[in-house]
Design a protein around this ligand. Structure first.
Ligand code: DOR
Length: 453
């Protein structure tokens, strides 16, 4: 234990420490010095503390490893009017995320070393949390030929994806999965068979029928998931399935896991908490507001919001581990791209700053335990990213002090005017949530402090 004066020492006093990687869920203290965890365990006595250590009272709060997000869109380079690395990482910090993986559907796309280096350099200069780029699977995300996967690995990408679009060509997908055996990085596929949903903008079902909008059947997602699972089985390669949204998808993964297929999966907060009837506006109240033709374009997202049975199956899969982790798919857009008809609106929801509040509803309703929720936001994504990420997902002594402190019971109302993200595109505007991030630390430095505290 350090005893000499250390101005960088912080003592987080008395939170409920939830550290699933160490099987820990108990009241205690966390001592941080020089950006590292010194101890996270039983309460400390004053004699154990370094001189000059700054106390942070945290009674009634939860302290956990900072959340890790496998899937977000930072929009830089190319779409800085939607988000930048500076605003996106501040939004992540407000959501309790300390490590985020950004998708390559930028302009230019992240399909070469220079583009990846640009994001890394901007993130070092302007980011407040750790940023890990994901590289393209195919050149230009065009789906015609593989990108230089080895060059991208050497540049430091943590996975490959053409997110926003699937890898269509099954033979190219087979080849990419085969390469993962040497590269040791997953292919994250956005599974959607577009030919099953030409022009589709929301889930096929009664809400789409009522609004007269073309639907996207569950089979569009499940057909490609089935294809990819068969290819993962054939090659032995590493498939990661992005943003699962249907009950059938969960069932397919469950069966594949039983056969030993090497597949990892993620689910988004909105697919765990919202249903397709939210597209009708007024949070799914069909006759609320200005009448039956009302709709809310901020609910338009890929894959679409689905029905209650799908949401329940996703929660069950998350609870029992068929789904490894929660990923935000934070997809910020400028106001103009949503202030149009439902068909013209861009797909995507700004998620970072509401993620914890909407996920805590599952805990408050007893659908998953707090420790499972934290596991799926830390240990789960770290497992997908590989052994070097383990230390970012735990409060084990010696680990970097990436920590989130949150009040699990704080009631608040979403006000997008407070967002750090440029993307105000969320159907949760004005919605009451319970559970809010209070402080986020990266390497012992405060990168977000909530104004309510
Ligand atoms: O809703 C979505 N928006 N889904 C995606 O897969 C892409 C994303 C975006 O880039 O806006």
């Amino acid at each position: 234990m350090l005893t000499s004066a250390d101005p960088d020492s912080i003592l987080i006093q008395g939170p409920r420490i939830v550290d699933p990687g160490r099987g820990m869920d108990a009241i205690g203290d966390i001592l941080i010095t020089g950006g590292k965890i010194v101890s996270a365990g039983p309460r400390l006595s004053p004699a154990d503390l370094p001189e000059g250590c700054r106390p942070i009272p945290a009674n009634g709060m939860v302290a956990a490893p900072g959340f890790i997000d496998l899937h977000c869109h930072l929009r830089e380079p190319g779409y800085e009017y939607k988000e930048t690395i500076a605003t996106g990482t501040r939004a992540a910090a407000r959501g309790g995320f300390t490590s985020i993986c950004c998708m390559p559907n930028t302009d230019p796309p992240l399909d070469n070393e220079a583009a990846v280096a640009l994001v890394q350099q901007r993130a070092r200069a302007e980011g407040v949390v750790r940023v890990f780029p994901i590289g393209c699977v195919t050149k230009g995300r065009r789906g015609k030929e593989l990108a230089e996967l080895e060059e991208l690995a050497a540049a430091g990408v943590v996975a490959y994806s053409d997110d926003g679009d699937p890898v269509y060509d099954p033979n190219l997908m087979r080849l990419a999965l085969t390469y993962t055996l040497d590269l040791g990085l997953p292919i994250s596929n956005h599974c959607q068979e577009h030919r099953l949903c030409p022009g589709g903008v929301m889930a096929e079902g009664w809400a789409a029928t009522r609004l007269g909008l073309p639907g996207i059947p569950a089979a569009a997602e499940e057909a490609m998931i089935a294809r990819d699972l068969a290819l993962a089985e054939l090659t032995g390669g590493w498939l990661h399935l992005a943003h699962l949204s249907t009950a059938g998808a969960v069932a397919l993964v469950r069966q594949a896991r039983e056969r030993g297929v090497s597949v990892t999966t993620e689910v988004c907060p909105h697919h765990l908490s919202l249903t397709d009837d939210w597209a009708l506006g007024y949070q799914g109240t069909p006759d609320g507001g200005s009448g039956p033709l009302n709709y809310d374009t901020s609910t338009k997202v890929y894959p679409p919001l689905r029905g209650r049975q799908d949401v329940d199956a996703l929660i069950e899969g998350l609870a029992d581990g068929v789904i490894d982790c929660i990923a935000t798919d934070h997809a910020p857009h400028e106001a103009a791209s949503k202030q149009v008809t439902y068909q013209e609106a861009a797909f995507g929801i700004s998620v970072f700053e509401t993620a914890l509040g909407s996920l805590m509803a599952l805990v408050h309703r007893g659908q998953i335990s707090l420790s499972t929720l934290v596991d799926r936001l830390t240990v789960g994504p770290a497992r997908v990213l590989g052994p070097s990420f383990e230390e970012l997902a735990t409060l084990h002594p010696g680990s970097p002090a990436d920590v989130v402190l949150f009040d699990p019971d704080l009631d608040w109302v979403v006000d997008t005017g407070e967002f750090a993200s440029k993307g105000r595109n969320t159907p949760l505007e004005g919605v009451a949530l319970k559970g809010r991030v209070v402080t986020t630390f990266v390497e012992g430095k405060v990168v977000h402090q909530d104004s309510l505290y």
